[in-house]
Design a protein around this ligand. Structure first.
Ligand SMILES: NC(=O)c1ccc[n+]([C@@H]2O[C@H](COP(=O)([O-])OP(=O)(O)OC[C@H]3O[C@@H](n4cnc5c(N)ncnc54)[C@H](OP(=O)(O)O)[C@@H]3O)[C@@H](O)[C@H]2O)c1
Length: 300
């Protein structure tokens, strides 16, 4: 059977890099993309790929039903959100298809903070019942460009103000993973359809939050002062902002609480089965800082 691939989240950070890698490896390859009516797909048009768009909302069952009834895909790569897996599995059961699934989860599943971790645990449990082959990739914090959700904002803030607040000790461990390393692993999983199971994807370097700020200062070429603040101050402020702004809040109480957790995870299994050799944080952040400079987002 000729392979046919459906991907969700193609316009995102990891998704767009995956498409660029696929275009290099298999120029002219055919790919079906589930995108929102509002998604900006112009970026994807520059890749040497034959793209078919399916417009919809990956959180909705009707979207999957409509797409899956049209075609029996050999692989579905779902990058949008692991918590939507129940919807996808229900829809697949309905049409009785069992494509290979490549799903992005998160190492947030290990979080002791219930709201965050329990939903992912439930989703992983559901995925484990799938009768076809599946590969679950659990990244740590993803970084790599101004499209990332976390580090580019930190870099911008440090560049602009020359300081950054550190709530609590700042000694908690983090191990961010570069989006291109993750995208390469997705491509490898696609090329190894018999890969089955869940893998953690962390970056090449483990640092404390304070070491991260020192590294950012080094790459920006200016020191970043670390303003120590009690953890409780952060938790209270985030709670008030969250109560006031609800969904629009830029920070959640849980995010501050999670600052205390160590978020470093070994990636030995991914290295063994998916040839995953992530770059060092210094190398990845240097590229991100250079990119942000070239875009005029930070001072040169
Ligand atoms: N960012 C992190 O630090 C982090 C850490 C661990 C795990 N993850 C997980 O890793 C995955 C990839 O992260 P990323 O940062 O590369 O993604 P991203 O840049 O945030 O992109 C998200 C993508 O999902 C699409 N999308 C969102 N909601 C959708 C919906 N309801 N229907 C259809 N498409 C929808 C977006 O489309 P539009 O173009 O329309 O917005 C975009 O293409 C996500 O599953 C995320 O949960 C992220």
């Amino acid at each position: 059977m000729q392979s046919s691939i459906l991907i969700s989240g193609a316009t995102g950070l990891t998704g767009s890099i995956f498409l660029s890698l696929l275009a290099q490896k298999q120029p002219g390859a055919t790919l079906h993309c589930l995108v929102r009516p509002t998604s900006d797909c112009r970026l994807l048009e520059k890749f040497n790929l034959k793209l078919t768009y399916h417009s919809g909302d990956s959180a909705r069952r009707t979207t999957w039903d409509k797409i899956l009834v049209q075609k029996n895909f050999t692989t579905i790569i779902h990058l949008v959100q692991l918590r939507q897996i129940h919807t996808i599995l229900d829809s697949l059961r309905q049409v009785q298809h069992t494509p290979n699934l490549i799903i992005i989860g998160t190492t947030g599943v290990y979080s002791q903070y219930n709201h965050y971790g329990s939903e992912y645990k439930e989703a992983e449990k559901a995925l484990a019942t799938y009768t076809g082959c599946y590969c679950l990739l659990r990244p740590t914090m993803i970084y790599g460009s101004h499209q990332d959700k976390n580090l580019h904002k930190l870099i911008k803030f440090c560049d602009r103000y020359g300081f950054f607040p550190v709530f609590g000790s700042g000694d908690n461990l983090i191990q961010p993973v570069h989006a291109e390393d993750l995208a390469q692993a997705i491509l490898t999983a696609l090329q190894r359809p018999h890969i089955q199971g869940a893998y953690d994807f962390s970056g090449g370097t483990v640092v404390t939050f304070r070491e991260l700020l020192t590294l950012v200062g080094k790459l920006l070429g200016k020191p970043v002062r670390q303003i120590s603040l009690p953890l409780n101050a952060g938790v209270w402020s985030a709670t008030i902002i969250e109560n006031l702004l609800k969904e629009r809040s830029p920070v959640r109480r849980e995010q501050i609480l999670r600052l205390q957790e160590d978020k470093a995870y070994p990636h030995d299994a991914a290295q063994r089965d998916l040839d995953f050799f992530p770059r060092s944080l210094e190398e990845g952040l240097r590229l991100e800082v250079e990119l942000m400079r070239s875009l005029g987002m930070i001072s040169s």
